[in-house]
Design a protein around this ligand. Structure first.
Ligand SMILES: [Zn+2]
Length: 439
């Protein structure tokens, strides 16, 4: 009896120990770390003031002057911290450009990623910062001028505490995240070369919640389907000479996509536009077109433009392969079809290195008295600039502002969370510079 009781007790102990081991245990903050935390908590009002200043400058992606003006504000702030700043003009791809800033030095290099532009162009009715208590609304307040401010104030705190020079920080504030210029080799060239020089990347895009961060994002790319059929009187459709027509063939292909590719985790694809008939004029850049057809004429042409989202490059290539096979094999009589794919945003795969970064962030959060941080479901996250660097460095994203309604006319930020987000970012950056920089 006593034996059995002991065994049961042992089992409970092992169970409890396993639980304790799998949770981050609070560690004492060092003296410097305590100063970082304390100073970060005092940044709320100055951070809000800077946020108001930049939100009140319209920087819709195509408002190039506005994007540059927001860049100048951050240039002023970063130069005051001793960063060397440079504006990379992007007129060659019809975009404003990017602000890059480098703290210099030889230490462990952290690439800090934000963006200057918003989806709200100068013509939008949504133009100003409005605060009511701890909630503020405004264009880009959450996506992602709030995150840019969190990043900047974390650097300010490290500077004030005198530890900024323990590592190297490269800030990349991109001017066309919401509508990126093409080709991406040009519009993201500087970002990629910065990643090649750095050791980790921290993305300050919207925090989906305070207890989650992003270590994987799906990539997004495009596909375009063109189907040809034989134009003839409809009374002869399905005959050997006329066959089934372009519209039936397009329908066969889309149904096969649906049947064979749905259900795979993290893979989605969406036909966004379809046009079919005997005369089809489609403008891919504008996503619009005109078509003409008659009910008594077999359609000779159909086009479909769609998008594809995948978690890894391998998944993207495999999906493309399967789509291609469907398009080119088993065509209905007297039809032919072709599919082409276009590059978009690459995917950010959930690597062990990204997971390790997340664990460091989680430990920081716990040590500061907040909860642990978990990986956000990549299936729910869109593409972002961090994806361009994820092949070169360990990366984490979604450590920026906390709010709601990004891209909507009701976009808001929870100002009350700013001190905590600055505190976490600053401590993470400090620890990364020390722990990883020492070997
Ligand atoms: Zn964004």
């Amino acid at each position: 009896m006593r034996d059995r009781l002991n065994r049961a007790r042992q089992r409970v102990m092992v169970f409890v120990m396993v639980i304790v081991w799998s949770l981050p245990v609070t560690a004492e903050l060092s003296e410097i770390e305590s100063r970082i935390a304390e100073l970060a908590r005092q940044q709320k009002e100055p951070a809000i003031a800077l946020l108001e200043e930049v939100v009140n400058i319209n920087s819709g992606t195509m408002n190039h002057a506005g994007v540059r003006a927001v860049g100048q504000v951050f240039e002023r702030e970063l130069a005051a911290l001793g960063f060397e700043t440079i504006w990379h003009d992007m007129q060659s791809v019809d975009r404003a450009g990017h602000l890059f800033a480098d703290s210099g030095g030889e230490g462990f290099c952290q690439l800090l990623i934000g963006h200057l532009d918003t989806v709200f162009e100068a013509s939008s009715p949504f133009q100003t910062f409005e605060r009511s208590g701890d909630r503020a609304t405004g264009p880009g307040v959450n996506d992602m001028k709030g995150g840019d401010v969190v990043m900047l104030f974390a650097l300010k705190v490290l500077k004030s505490v005198g530890v900024l020079d323990e590592g190297r920080y490269v800030v990349a504030l991109i001017g066309d995240e919401e509508k990126s210029g093409s080709p991406k080799s040009v519009s993201r060239g500087h970002l990629i070369s910065a990643a090649e020089q750095c050791d980790v990347a921290l993305g300050f895009e919207i925090a989906t919640s305070l207890d989650a961060a992003t270590i994987a994002r799906r990539g997004s790319s495009g596909w375009f389907l063109t189907v040809e059929g034989t134009r003839a009187h409809s009374s002869n459709i399905f005959s050997e000479a006329v066959g089934s027509g372009a519209i039936f063939e397009a329908a066969r292909i889309l149904s096969a996509f649906h049947e064979e590719l749905t259900g795979e985790p993290n893979l989605t694809f969406n036909p966004g536009v379809i046009l079919g008939g005997t005369e089809v004029n489609y403008d891919r850049a504008q996503n619009r077109g005109e078509t003409f057809g008659k009910t008594n004429v077999v359609a000779s042409r159909a086009v479909v433009q769609g998008g594809l989202r995948t978690l890894t490059r391998a998944q993207e290539l495999s999906a493309r392969e399967r789509m291609k096979r469907i398009v080119t094999q088993g065509n209905l009589p007297q039809t032919s079809a072709e599919i082409t794919f276009s590059e978009g945003y690459p995917s950010m795969a959930p690597t062990a290195g990204n997971q390790a970064l997340l664990e460091q962030l989680s430990q920081v959060s716990v040590d500061l008295g907040y909860g642990p941080v978990e990986a956000y479901d990549p299936g729910k996250r869109g593409a972002a600039d961090v994806s361009f660097v994820a092949d070169y460095v360990d990366a984490i994203d979604g450590i920026g502002a906390e709010g709601t309604g990004a891209h909507s006319l009701d976009e808001s930020i929870d100002l009350g969370t700013l001190p905590m987000l600055i505190e976490r970012a600053a401590l993470l950056m400090y620890r990364l510079a020390r722990s990883r920089g020492l070997h």
